[in-house]
Design a protein around this ligand. Structure first.
Ligand code: KIV
Ligand code: ZN
Length: 512
């Protein structure tokens, strides 16, 4: 394939994806995802919006320090403090990119920016020039481009290119475009701006379920960078899903005459990793990475598959790394097999973390005959990766009584700053009683906004996994806990969320 037909993949899971309601990743989790994106061979990772919060700044800095092959981008409005913050956060990056944006549609300029088109043009010029003073790699986005006047857009993009932006991005910010129309729109802009020294990019949202179709239509018209997220995560209905775009280009290269550098065999594991870390489940029938994406139920289909898989399969599960079923390890599995499985599941652990995880795996093998991928992921997230570095409260002991007679009661002992604190409470159920007992111990009262429990595999001896979201003031934190005892899992999840509330509150200088 010639160089011109390579489509660059710009992943924004850590920026636009993380902006989605209820998602709150800490820096360690963002680095885990970024490392996997690097192995997936994405061209650009947008690691965050440094001016948005100290947490975002820190995450961009950390990703830039640890992930060296792809370009690392930081988002910035056109203001001087935003661009300086992005430059500062990216200072240690091997290949830094500042991505600056301003809205260009009449409605955004009038009501949000309160600027006229001339003022917007001045912003574009000063922002791109300032960013170019910091790094050679500058991307410019015209927010809400798909609802902007095309004549004005041509002016804006031409100016951005004259000032040194090398990537020009056309966002369908509100997911309003239709594929044919958007393809034509992008083609017209590309033709009118007429610069062959820039890469044209698109960034489509999924409000009408058309983000992937719109992205592909733009590729057909000459876009050579696609902005997307794993599992289609993102604001509102999400961004275009990377796995769907890339597998469309790969499966229908005859149609597009273009492809990406992505190692598609990593899609399944990266999808699980992102889903596990964000707590956002992947729908079973999701294209490419859903658990049913390669399941053939109908007899006629199964018969066809037995004769020739291509009858009903346009891509193989192997090509996206889908194992078909969960693999299992047991007490005879050694450290090497365990380490390899963890790698295949998409986690990169330090030597110490791996040793700790293996210890726990052995304990689990004494309780369960077979340890599934789901079990491994659950305890990695609970005990190894999710663990907040500084833990305010740690579970020491718990006792819960339930029965058909009286009300469930729970007695909980937590450690907190060298003290052991015990409280008991009665509740409507064992979880309610446990959480009430914990609340008596805590010095503040977070609100439980989400609670989910599930089994980590389909076996009767599966671990229970709990996922909770707590809110205190305007801070949200998620927690996950796993154990062969479901009550312990719910308590661990709650405490993890409490500890994360502390960390986030400290970063934002909020007193708890
Ligand atoms: O949706 C959008 O317009 C964006 C821009 C910042 C690129 O996310
Ligand atoms: Zn967006």
């Amino acid at each position: 394939m010639d160089g011109g037909s390579i489509v660059r993949v710009f992943d924004t899971t850590l920026r636009d994806g993380e902006q989605a309601a209820r998602i709150n990743l800490n820096t360690g989790e963002k680095v885990q995802i970024a490392r996997h994106l690097e192995r997936l061979r994405v061209d650009v990772i947008e690691a965050g919006f440094p001016a948005a919060s100290p947490g975002d700044f820190d995450a961009v800095r950390q990703v830039a320090a640890e992930v060296r092959t792809p370009v690392i981008a930081g988002l910035a409005r056109t203001t001087e403090p935003d661009i300086t913050a992005a430059g500062e956060a990216l200072r240690g990056a091997a290949r830094p990119r500042i991505h600056t944006f301003i809205a260009t549609s009449a409605i955004h300029m009038e009501y949000k920016l309160k600027m006229n088109p001339k003022e917007v043009l001045r912003e574009v010029e000063s922002a791109v020039r300032l960013a170019r003073g910091i790094t050679d790699d500058v991307e410019f986005s015209a927010e809400d481009a798909s609802r902007s006047d095309i004549g004005f857009l041509v002016e804006v993009y031409s100016l951005a290119a004259d000032c040194g932006a090398m990537t020009l991005n056309i966002p369908d910010t509100v997911g309003y475009a239709m594929p044919n129309e958007f393809g034509e729109f992008c083609g017209n802009i590309i033709k009118k701006v007429a610069r062959d020294d820039v890469i044209w990019s698109v960034h489509c949202h999924n409000d009408l379920g058309l983000s992937v179709a719109n992205t592909l239509a733009a590729v057909k018209s000459g876009a050579r960078q696609v902005e997307c997220t794993i599992n289609g995560l993102g604001e509102r209905a999400g961004n275009a899903s990377m796995e769907e775009i890339v597998m469309s280009l790969r499966t229908r290269s005859d149609h597009f005459g273009a492809d990406t550098r992505i190692d598609t065999t990593r899609f399944y594991s990266v999808s699980r990793l992102v889903s596990n870390l964000t707590g956002v489940m992947v729908q079973p029938n999701k294209a490419v990475v859903g658990v049913n994406a390669f399941a053939h139920e109908a007899g006629i289909h199964q018969h066809g598959m037995l004769c020739n898989r291509a009858t009903y399969e346009i891509m193989t599960p192997e090509s996206v790394g889908s194992p078909g079923t969960d693999l299992h390890l047991g007490k005879h599995s050694g450290r090497h097999a365990f380490g390899e499985r963890i790698e295949q599941l998409g986690y990169q652990l330090t030597v110490e973390q791996l040793a700790e995880a293996f210890e726990y795996f052995k304990t689990l093998c004494d309780k369960k005959k077979e340890v599934s991928d789901g079990d491994i992921e659950a305890f990695l997230l609970d005990r190894i990766i999710h663990a907040t570095p500084e833990r305010q409260y740690e579970l020491r002991d718990y006792a819960v009584t339930v029965g058909s007679g009286g009300k469930p009661t729970a007695s909980i002992t937590l450690s907190h700053k060298d003290q052991e604190l015990t409280e008991a409470a009665v509740g409507n159920g064992p979880v309610d009683a446990s959480y009430k007992a914990i609340l008596k111990i805590l010095s503040f009262k977070p609100e439980l906004t989400e609670f989910r429990i599930r089994a980590t595999s389909e076996q009767a001896d599966a671990q229970g996994e709990a996922h909770v979201i707590l809110r205190y003031k305007d801070i949200r934190a998620q927690g996950r806990g796993a154990s062969t005892d479901i009550i312990e899992a719910t308590i661990r999840a709650y405490l993890e969320a409490v500890n994360r509330l502390y960390t986030t509150a400290a970063a934002r200088e909020v007193t708890i």
